[in-house]
Design a protein around this ligand. Structure first.
Ligand SMILES: [Mg+2]
Length: 179
């Protein structure tokens, strides 16, 4: 099936964090707290996805308080941290939302994402993903992790679903949202 046909069915986008929403860099403070940098383009991608009523979720192997704050700010309720085995969490999220795997997109960058990508209706890899991840992906982003890859995926889905006009019409509604 072509990627645009896959994208048309998507109702939820699930995402990895490190190497996907970030470039993989971790700054470690003396107390062990880790700092990561997110991209405002991806933040706007979250808002645009929400504008066309796509559900969103995060599944990550690491834990950070910064991510909790970012998820709150972006109103992403499905935040799953410290997840080593992502597939059962993916299955549980879809079950609770009453969605089939074909209705879920997933974007990742490394081998911990492969199992979920094999199940997702639209599997995306960031441009600098591991070679096995790119091989598994239906859609390989032109942009790298932390450099707008998530936004690129959202734009692709919006376009495939023919909702670009809806975005233009509703865009002013999100001017007061923090990204
Ligand atoms: Mg990753």
């Amino acid at each position: 099936m072509r990627n645009r046909a896959r994208a048309r069915r998507i109702k939820m986008i699930l995402m990895d964090v490190d190497g996907t929403l970030t470039d993989g860099t971790l700054a470690v403070l003396p107390d062990g707290e880790e700092i990561k940098a997110y991209n405002v383009k991806d933040g706007l991608g979250v808002l645009l996805a929400q504008l066309i009523d796509l559900k969103l979720g995060i599944i990550t192997g690491k834990r950070s308080q910064g991510l909790v704050r970012r998820a709150e700010r972006l109103k992403i309720a499905e935040l799953h941290q410290g997840v080593i085995d992502k597939k059962p969490v993916f299955d549980d999220i879809l079950k609770r939302h009453g969605l089939a795997p074909e209705e879920a997109a997933y974007i990742g960058d490394d081998i911990g994402d492969l199992e979920v990508m094999a199940a997702a209706g639209l599997a995306a890899a960031v441009a600098d993903a591991h070679k096995l991840v790119k091989k598994q992906a239906h859609y390989v982003c032109k942009l790298a992790g932390g450099r707008g890859a998530f936004r690129e995926l959202v734009d692709f889905i919006i376009d495939a679903q023919g909702k670009s006009d809806l975005i233009s019409a509703r865009f002013k509604c999100i001017f007061d949202r923090k990204i």
